[in-house]
Design a binder for this molecule. Sequence first.
Ligand code: ADP
Ligand code: MG
Length: 341
Amino acid sequence: MNAPVPIGTPTATAQPPLVEADSGAPLLRVRDLRVRYRTGRRSFEAVAGIDLTVRAGQTVGLVGESGCGKSTVARAIARLEPGISGELTFDGQNVAALRGRALRPYRQRVGMVFQDPIASLNPRRRIRDIIATPLRLAGHDDSTATAARVAELADLVGLHPTQLDRRPHELSGGQCQRVSIARALARVPDLLLCDEVVSALDVSIQAQVINLLMDIREQQGLAMVFISHDLAVVRQLADRVAVMYLGVLCEDAPVDELYERPAHPYTRALLASVPGERAAKDDAGLLTGDLPSPLTPPSGCRFRTRCPIADELCAQETPAPVELRPGHRVACHFPLTGRDD
Ligand code: ADP
Ligand code: MG
């Protein structure tokens, strides 16, 4: 299923916007990714078999409620989680099996920015040292060249040179997030993993950081995995969006396709709470009830306990993802179609 179409292969049914969103060589390929955590004597799958493809220069948004496993996916891709299984291929290389020193070249090509801007920076160090850390770890000990690179990175993310001598608590949240971005870019990654990077910032500052990320992406040809529980933010900068629920994907599609024609009841429920989205105006209804515990996921479709249209089949069988339209996959026994009006 979902066999990648070789680049340049003509497809008779191709719809231009969908093909455009999916063109370019796969940079990251994730297949059946699973992450197991232990709590006390029990273990459970926080990520229970996820497929994702990120193409060079592409931004893939990953959305879903808090606790569904988004951060775990990012940490697994960054190889920060020990208990993973499945396929993780980066630029054609299997990176799931790399250990210790062999991981270094991969880590260099993947940058990561986290949610809490101040807590993710060492409070005792000056900003210039924080940004230089990845360069030192990579063995750049020429201090003149390192200082020049730090100045260049500061300029790229819009930090004033005088701010380089400050410490994290002397900067605002937005400025600290610029520092985190500069640090993540220090070794010129091909892929940037952004985990809720604007969620802790004021709305006006969010827009600045999003614009900065979009400029940098353009300039450097970066691919991104952009994680957020805020669907309005994701719509601004993603090319594709994948929707996660309780450790699995329910739907993924090019961004406009997903927001205009959501097919999974969960996607529709999420969109119903976003002001201005068309799903908010129709019958989708708001999401009720809590996310079930990943220790005891519902049988069959994991969303069925909160789904307005679930029936017995949903409790018995796990829906396999099907391709509704080119590039638009949905894992639901009763996907909502024909929403072209
Ligand atoms: P999200 O980022 O979507 O909010 P997370 O990936 O942080 O979700 O968490 C997914 C699930 O895994 C949650 O149930 C969370 O409580 C659990 N979890 C996260 N990290 C750990 C850990 N280190 N040990 C045990 N459980 C964890
Ligand atoms: Mg998270």
